[in-house]
Design a binder for this molecule. Sequence first.
Ligand code: 6PG
Length: 244
Amino acid sequence: MAREHLMSAVTTPNWHWNRFADGAALADALADRVAQELARAIASRGAALIAVSGGTTPGRFFEVLSNRDLDWAKVTVTLVDERFVPATSPRSNSALVAATLLQNRARAADFVPLYRASASAEKAALEAGADLEKMSWPLDAAVLGMGGDGHTASFFPDAGGLDALLDPGSDKSILAVDAPGAGEPRLTLSLPRLADARFVALHIEGNTKRDVLEGALFSIADQKLPVRRVLDAAQRPVEIFWAP
Ligand code: 6PG
């Protein structure tokens, strides 16, 4: 590779910031963009596949997206990651998606959960992985979140075997994660499943998370944080959606 091309490959950031005045404006813009990506997939291959995050941030975006005019019967929704808890738990990401996204027009969408009532997260990962293998990959859209510790999906900085979990060559779809910082065992899509998505958004809100993300993007000390490693692995530049 010529030197100037090498330099540009090294210095071109694999992300793009979209800043909004508030969370409502962000939810509207992110819902527009995601709906556009799903409509494009439906037009080109007759179906669309999206993985979304849980936690506290995406609720408003889900509510807005659920009213977007799409052929939702052709959309399959799954999760970027899940806590190893049943859907009856207030910590269940499936329950959040059921209550806030799979309603209104989006009620017609199909939902594939990651949680399985297995003896362990490892067994659940195998069972869910077998089901997810039957879906049509890559994802048309992945909407990531980020924790204040720099985790994204369930790639926690203190996870056991983090480097193995972040293997870009993994042939698995779902991985079990054990991390003290996570609260409970987790299930996460593997790095290649996320990185290959046709569209990847990172949705964060608040100045504290912005500072953590900027540290991961611009400080050498923090460039090994999981969020940075996922952004670096993405096949296409990641769209960061931020509001104060
Ligand atoms: C989860 C998520 C996780 C989330 C971050 C941010 O299950 O916890 O999917 O990756 O995006 O933890 O969570 P908050 O939105 O609650 O800050």
